[in-house]
Design a protein around this ligand. Structure first.
Ligand code: NAD
Length: 501
């Protein structure tokens, strides 16, 4: 405890807490009450160097530890996490604000990646060609990179780090996780769990902080790869800086996800999906639907069905059985509310207005209820910008082709969905849409762990997506070995280029 009432949230290096020396701290709040519940250490470059040094020292031994040992620890971590996931969910709700069931869902999706990483012996098998040339064999192997940095956003304090670190660690790398300074406690909890699972000192480390911490990770020579998730402007900065410093980088950015609803769709299913995908986690999901594209004459009917459902959503403290929690900070809530004010001035129709929502008994929480905007046009800021709040905009078009053109013209390409009863139209959409993850009658098409997660265009900078086989490739590099073991002495000199004989 720092002052008897708030927790001091520090770094983690070499399997123990590390206070750091910067002397800088930022407040951490409970968004449902507005109370400051902790203060998180903000690393300076020296603190970052200390944590990176712990990861660097641990790499040689971890890289050489057997696959059997690594998977034993991973299985133990999986069992511990599964047993105690409620504890982690409570930490997420207390700092992020999402309702407990949603926090538990986040942990469960992260667990999937741990389970995927438990299969690392199979994923690292490599290839072997006997007699590629006479008595010459060729094998392809994949080796770990060294220290890798994972830099994560506020909206999934457990799941997004878990998209990366189970695979990175299983592949033999050591990790420095830099969580969001808005909800930093989940990362520390996970670090303690790794220690309990028997992970050697320094394999998993946590560096708390903001831009200063990130900037040191991007240029430090011992950091070999960076997995970043956050807003598009920061993703661009991370990608440009770390690739210029010679690192391998995957930088996942922001999103504007469209759901196209065709006239033949089941409108009740579509309306349920819009409400779940638009207002779940208060719209603070990179795969949230924020733009509904109603095709043809269904617009009024669809808007009415979404509005009816949106009005039933109970907003309030996520520990009290509500449907939707607060936004993460007061500043973020005010920013989202300002987008609604601007949309109204721009001529959008406010069908459901969340600005007046005040859950009883929690006057200081960062509240904004579900908000439905109709007659939105593509030039309005509520459409051009990623709002990242519980605001659903409805745009109306006449044809499928107009809907497709609208989605493809958007600079983001994270997720999208189509709602239709027509298999041919759905197939055309999956083929033609320029977006990385597509749902067909599925509003939030987050891939399972053995497939890979990632968007296109301004939603991802880099070549490789997260987890699945792409994740294994990202955290390993290829080596090809050509070998000959002569049974008799060759004794001859040949300066020619090797040929296949
Ligand atoms: P953010 O970009 O503000 O922060 C992300 C991380 O970068 C944090 O750890 C933060 O401390 C750090 N950071 C912030 N500003 C920085 C700067 N100027 N220089 C260096 N580092 C900096 O994002 P956020 O608000 O925490 O998260 C929300 C954003 O993340 C949304 O845009 C959302 O779409 C995106 N997101 C994307 C995905 C995806 O898969 N594409 C997933 C989750 C979230």
């Amino acid at each position: 405890m720092a002052d008897g009432t708030t927790a001091r949230i520090v770094h983690w290096a070499g399997n123990q807490p590390y206070p750091g020396g910067s002397g800088d701290y930022a407040p951490v709040t409970n968004p449902a009450t507005g109370e400051v519940t902790g203060e998180v250490a903000l690393a300076d470059a020296r603190d970052a160097q200390h944590v990176i040094a712990a990861a660097t020292a641990a790499f040689p031994a971890w890289r050489d530890s057997s696959l059997a040992r690594r998977t034993t620890i991973l299985f133990r971590f999986r069992e511990l996490l599964n047993e105690r996931k409620d504890e982690l969910a409570a930490i997420i709700t207390a700092e992020h604000g999402k309702v407990l069931s949603d926090a538990l869902g986040e942990v469960t999706r992260g667990l999937e990646v741990v389970e995927f990483a438990c299969g690392i012996p199979h994923l690292l098998k490599g290839g072997f060609s006997e007699n590629a040339s006479t008595s010459v064999d060729v094998s392809s192997i994949r080796q770990p990179l060294g220290v890798v940095a994972v830099i994560s956003p506020f909206n999934f304090p457990a799941m997004v780090p878990m998209w990366f670190f189970p695979v990175a660690i299983a592949a033999g790398n050591t990790v420095v996780l830099k969580p969001s300074e808005k909800d930093p406690s989940a990362a520390l909890w996970l670090a303690r769990l790794w220690a309990e699972a028997g992970l050697p000192d320094g394999v998993f480390n946590v560096l708390q902080g903001d831009r200063a911490a990130v900037d040191e990770l991007l240029v430090h020579p011992d950091v070999k790869a960076v997995s970043f998730v956050g807003s598009t402007p920061v993703a661009r900065h991370v990608y440009a800086t770390a690739t210029a410093a010679g690192k391998r980088v995957q930088a996942l950015g922001g999103a504007k996800n469209h759901a196209v609803v065709l006239p033949d769709a089941d409108l009740d299913h579509a309306a349920d999906s819009m409400v779940n995908a638009g207002f779940g986690s208060a719209g603070e999901r990179c795969m949230a639907i924020s733009a509904v594209v109603a095709v043809g004459a269904i617009g009024d009917d669809l808007v009415a069905r979404i509005a009816d459902r949106a009005r039933t959503v109970r907003t309030g403290d996520g520990t009290r059985g509500t449907d939707m929690g607060p936004l993460v900070t007061r500043a973020h809530r005010d920013k989202v509310r300002a987008y609604v004010d601007q949309a109204e001035r721009d001529g959008a129709k406010i069908v459901v207005d969340g600005r007046q929502v005040r859950p009883e008994g929690e006057p200081d929480g960062f509240w904004l209820g579900p908000t439905l905007l109709d007659r939105v046009r593509t030039g309005m800021s509520c459409y051009t910008d990623e709002i990242f709040g519980p605001v659903l905009s409805v745009l109306r078009v006449d044809t499928y082709d107009e809907a497709l053109a609208l989605v493809n013209a958007n600079p983001y390409g994270n997720g999208t969905a189509i709602f239709t009863g027509d298999g041919g139209a759905a197939r055309r959409f999956q083929n033609e849409v320029e977006v990385g993850m597509v749902g067909i009658n599925v509003p939030i098409p987050v891939p399972v762990a053995y497939h890979s997660f990632g968007g296109w265009k301004n939603s991802l900078f880099g070549d490789t997506h997260a987890h699945g086989t792409e994740g294994v490739h990202f955290f390993t590099r290829a080596k090809v070995v050509t070998s000959r073991w002569p049974v008799t002495s060759q004794g001859s000199v040949d300066l020619g280029f090797p040929r296949n004989i």
